[in-house]
Write a protein of this length. Structure first.
Length: 593
């Protein structure tokens, strides 16, 4: 019996394990099959791609060889492209289809200087146009990817070298750090000499066009994907003295020019209404701003105890609706105006919520006993702990013929910064492309507008120093602070974030930014603005700026310019005399240690 009882358990377990092992084997087997089939599918797909690409590459090679044989059949003087240097009847860019593949063919032909007889001015026979280099490039798209193949050959003149009637055009392309850029596209157009051609800079950043026809008005444009562009400019009605102007190629001379391009960057702007002191108040015209009233009433535009002469309640109570502020920056003060005849009193309290919780004395000393003098300083209250406040008061009298009166009360607070949307501005770079009537002509000047949320990302910007112009009268606001201060310098491939803070527009204002010698801003600096009849002092904010608004016009020529004194801990005092204020003005001060 014992043997039978105990032998049955292992048997059951063995059967169960056997079923489990069978299921596990099936799962593993299916997984292995999936892996194998996925692998086979990937290999099959790759094989198809390789076959398709190889087929297309063979077709490209056949087309290139056929075109190359045709070029070899031409006379040496006929080897050239329409608009190219050298010029000829060949088309520089064309398309053709072979075996269902669309190819783009580019034929590049240029003169080359053979080093065997010396290069450039050291050429033994003074003929640098020794031969022609022919490059045929075929490009096509296979499964969404651009591919290319090319052939290069050389054609030499049939007899003795002949001097080509032209000059040499040499273009150098550098980046912002003066490093040569390879692969920059150099586009050359000159209608008077029928030149319209392109070439890419080599590993030294240069492109040389030997045998360029002599003439004026060579328009050069240099570009590369992800980079800014540079070009020559024609004289026009808005740019009478372009710099650089179009180039001139002289016979048997070399014309050289250098163009600087750089990786493009991004400048992001955020626009806000600056922090301003605002006020909630109640003049007790009605009870609309009162949350709770007990044994009190409004009479004659004031809060008084209920009853009348000889029957005033001994004690009454009122509490205001909550003062809740979006974008709250700081609580400031509570002000009130009241009258308290002999035998009457009023005590004011600050509440934290609807249920009548007083702000504890730990956060507002004296609140539990009530305040009797205006104003009440509530600047110590945390804006995160106390997102709303309420003002309350208890009115008492010992004489039923007399009542105290609360005429009005107000809560002052700082609000902001608040996103300010749809702000238009003009951004201008410091780089110039010439002058007109003695004034600079700037390469970059564009008008933008922030979105409804006050944001704007400007991409594809050339490295430059940017300044902004705002039509404050139309917008109704002036730039009170820029963080960091304007103008801003964007480096090649870099990114900037500028936050602009606005205050209501006034006819004349002055923004002062204070910086150390290394360009860092100086916060908490004391800035005194003065002239006859004016003497006001303000402190710079976190971005080292302060804004004086509602100023009177004052200029040097008018004899009523302003002066500015700056003092800051750790720096020597600085004075700027003859500061002009006309419209929205600004000045920068550099303080030394």
């Amino acid at each position: 019996m014992k043997v039978s009882r105990f032998s049955s358990v292992p048997t059951a377990r063995r059967k169960s394990n056997s079923r489990g092992v069978g299921l596990l084997d099936s799962v593993v087997g299916v997984a292995l099959m999936v892996i194998i089939f996925v692998g086979i599918s990937g290999v099959f797909k790759l094989s198809i791609e390789l076959v398709s690409n190889n087929k297309a590459r063979v077709g490209a090679l056949a087309l290139a060889q056929g075109h190359m044989e045709y070029i070899h059949s031409l006379d040496y003087d006929a080897v050239g492209t329409t608009g190219g240097i050298p010029s000829g009847a060949l088309t520089e860019i064309s398309q053709e289809t072979l075996n269902g593949v669309l190819y783009t063919r580019r034929t590049l032909i240029r003169y080359i200087d053979d080093p065997k007889d010396g290069l450039g001015v050291a050429d033994q026979n003074s003929i640098p146009t020794d031969a022609k280099e022919v490059k045929i490039e075929l490009s096509w798209v296979t499964r969404g990817q651009l591919r290319s193949s090319s052939l290069i050959t050389r054609r030499s003149p049939d007899g003795i070298e002949q001097l080509v009637p032209g000059g040499t055009l040499s273009i150098s392309v550098l980046d912002a750090s003066s490093t040569p850029i390879q692969g920059a596209l150099v586009d050359i157009v000159n209608a008077s000499t029928s030149v319209d051609t392109q070439a890419y800079s080599n590993d030294t950043g240069t492109v040389s066009f030997l045998g360029a026809p002599a003439g004026t008005g060579y328009r050069i444009t240099v570009s590369k994907s992800g980079y800014s562009s540079a070009q020559t400019y024609n004289a026009s009605s808005t740019n009478s003295s372009p710099d650089p102007g179009h180039l001139t190629v002289a016979l048997n001379q070399t014309t050289s020019a250098t163009f600087v391009i750089g990786l493009v960057g991004t400048h992001t702007f955020m626009t806000y209404e600056a922090i301003q002191e605002r006020m909630w108040n109640d003049t007790f015209a009605d009870v609309s701003k009162l949350y709770a009233v007990a044994s009190s009433t409004i009479a004659g535009g004031a809060v008084v105890l209920e009853g009348g002469a000889g029957s005033y309640e001994p004690e009454g109570f009122i509490r205001a609706v909550p003062v809740s502020v979006s974008y709250l920056s700081a609580w400031n003060e509570v002000h009130f105006a009241d009258s308290k005849p002999s035998g009457t009193a009023i005590r004011y309290y600050i509440y934290a919520d609807d249920v009548g919780t007083l702000v504890p004395d730990a956060d507002l000393p004296g609140n539990s006993s009530g305040f009797t003098a205006s104003p009440i300083d509530i600047s110590s209250l945390s804006t995160t702990t106390y997102t709303t406040v309420r003002v309350g008061a208890v009115l008492t009298t010992l004489d039923s013929d007399e009542t105290p009166r609360i005429n009005d009360w107000e809560v002052r607070y700082d609000q902001g910064p608040i996103p300010l949307g749809n702000v238009p501005f003009t951004m201008t770079g410091a780089k110039t492309i010439g002058t007109h009537s003695g004034a600079p002509v700037y390469k970059f000047i564009q008008t933008y507008q922030t979105d409804a949320g006050g944001g704007l990302d400007i991409g594809n910007l050339e490295f430059d120093t940017h300044r902004l112009a705002i039509d404050g009268a139309t917008l109704g606001h002036d730039i009170a602070e820029s963080c960091p201060p304007l103008p801003r310098s964007l480096f090649a491939g870099g990114g900037l974030l500028t936050r602009l803070y606005f205050l209501p527009h006034t006819a004349h204002s002055l923004r002062v930014d204070v910086r150390a010698a290394d360009g860092t801003t100086v916060p908490n600096a004391s800035v005194r603005l003065y002239r006859t009849g004016v003497n006001t002092t303000q402190t710079t904010g976190g971005c080292g700026q302060t804004f004086f608004s509602n100023l009177a016009w004052g200029t040097i020529s008018g004899g009523n310019a302003y002066a500015v004194d700056i003092t800051a801990a750790g720096y020597a005092p600085q004075t700027i005399t003859s500061v002009e204020v006309s419209g929205a003005s600004s000045v920068s001060a550099i303080v030394a240690p």
